[in-house]
Design a protein around this ligand. Structure first.
Ligand code: HAM
Length: 424
């Protein structure tokens, strides 16, 4: 076929065929964890007030500055396609008065998000995330539990070489002072920073810490570390989170340069990655942290909270690379073939009976010739074919053919379900 005129927009994909097998498997595992840990599902609108993100994620972040899909409605409202799920979840918590519910409120999502990024490995403009958020409690045990949930979901999905990076970025009490110390160190070396970091130095100096450019990394490797500048409360919080992780024997690396790309974090931040054998720079599979001030920034009260999200396309890509085996799908073992007007008419009703009895069945009600239906049945690899011809339809009978032995048996239509149940 010549190059089609219409194609998916840049960085966006159709999901069909075998990809759904991976998506469904991930959903199944995530949902089972959500149920076990008593998280409730939430789905927020795809569009939100732009200000929810500019305020929530932070004006100086790449997401807000470069990656938002913004639009203005005919009525003049400024809306944005959601680039992430945490700010909308906190918006929903405030809007629906969830502080009146028993705390913490535990919510999960499996949704699509949008970032205007340069498409590359593991980076798309429309992508899926699953996320878990615990709102209303500040206990460090919850930070550890969130990390544990993401770690174990990824393990259950077949990843064996996971690395957990963890850091504390302090709170509004100790971070401003650390920022000053960092800026004064970086200022003297600004000439050697990459252009992006020169800008970050003014707008968001902590982001210089996780720049991937070699020259910036060199400078950062000698920079003052936030872990040495945490206030007593933040230090104790981090210590406690690490003790919980030790107790769980969950392996982690304390990474003083992990800062993440969203401004709402306080104290704990984490990222989980899996080693890619092909050395693909696919990025972290999951990331998150504590965001105790976000509700206040968005006009709510004091709501300590912690959560994380994982990128589903990245997980699928690595599952494929690692040839992770998916559980075998249950495929129908029976094919219904029909010949002639009367049989076709009656077939629709027979298929309904199978559906009501929850017995999966293949059919090809749009085809007329027996030959093409038998060919299809053969291709699908079914063990039995029900052959429903004109004569059988008149006599209220049907033929059951065993495709392995070639043997056929005539059944009364009224006994069909009972007989089929016997052989399955
Ligand atoms: P994030 O690190 O921006 O955090 O995204 C989480 C995960 O989503 C990433 O680790 C990655 O796997 C995936 N991801 C991000 N951007 C893209 C993209 N352009 N294409 C494909 N996958 C992508 C957040 O979004 C926070 N809301 C996480 C959180 C929840 N923190 C607290 N609660």
């Amino acid at each position: 076929m010549p190059n089609p005129k219409f194609q998916t927009p840049k960085g966006m994909h159709d999901i069909f065929g075998e990809n759904w097998k991976y998506f469904n498997r991930i959903f199944e595992v995530v949902e089972s964890f959500a149920k076990f840990y008593n998280f409730e599902r939430i789905e927020t609108p795809v569009l939100e007030d732009t200000e929810l993100f500019t305020r929530g994620i932070g004006l100086a972040t790449d997401i807000v500055q470069k990656e938002m899909f913004n639009l203005r409605t005919k009525g003049g409202d400024k809306l944005a396609l959601r680039p992430e799920g945490t700010a909308p979840v906190v918006r929903a918590y405030i809007q629906h008065g969830m502080h009146n519910l028993p705390q913490p409120v535990k919510l999960w999502y499996f949704s699509q998000f949008f970032r205007y990024e340069r498409p590359q490995a593991g980076r798309f403009r429309q992508f899926w995330q699953f996320g878990f958020e615990i709102l209303g409690e500040g206990n460090p045990a919850l930070d550890a539990q969130i990390i544990l949930i993401f770690f174990n979901i990824l393990k259950e999905l077949g990843f064996e070489k996971l690395t957990v990076k963890i850091n504390s970025i302090g709170d509004s009490f100790c971070r401003p002072y650390y920022k000053k110390v960092l800026v004064s160190y970086l200022k003297h070396r600004a000439y050697a920073l990459c252009p992006d970091c020169k800008r970050r130095l003014k707008e968001n100096p902590l982001r210089v810490l996780d720049c991937k450019q070699d020259k910036c990394r060199q400078i950062v490797s000698q920079a003052p570390q936030i872990l040495n500048h945490l206030c007593e409360n933040c230090k104790n919080h981090l210590k406690s989170v690490l003790e919980f992780l030790d107790e769980l024997s969950l392996p982690y690396n304390l990474d003083p340069y992990l800062v993440r790309g969203l401004d709402y974090y306080t104290r704990t931040v984490f990222e989980i990655s899996e080693e890619s054998e092909k050395g693909k720079a696919i990025g972290a599979l999951a990331g998150g942290g504590r965001y105790d001030n976000l509700a206040k920034i968005l006009g709510g009260g004091e709501v300590p909270a912690v959560g994380g999200a994982a990128g589903i396309e990245r997980i699928v890509e690595l599952m494929k690379e690692k040839q992770v085996k998916l559980p075998k799908e249950k495929k129908p073992k029976i094919f219904l073939a029909q010949i002639g007007e009367l049989a076709k008419r009656k077939s629709l009703k027979i298929i309904e009976e199978f559906r009501k009895e929850k017995i999966p069945i293949y059919e090809s009600i749009g085809k007329d010739s027996l030959k093409s239906q038998m060919k299809l049945a053969d291709k699908l690899g079914v063990k039995y074919v029900l052959i429903f011809g004109q004569q059988e339809a008149l006599n209220n009978e049907i033929l059951l053919r065993n495709m392995e032995t070639g043997k056929q048996k005539k059944l009364k239509l009224k006994n069909l379900i009972k007989e089929v149940k016997k052989i399955l």
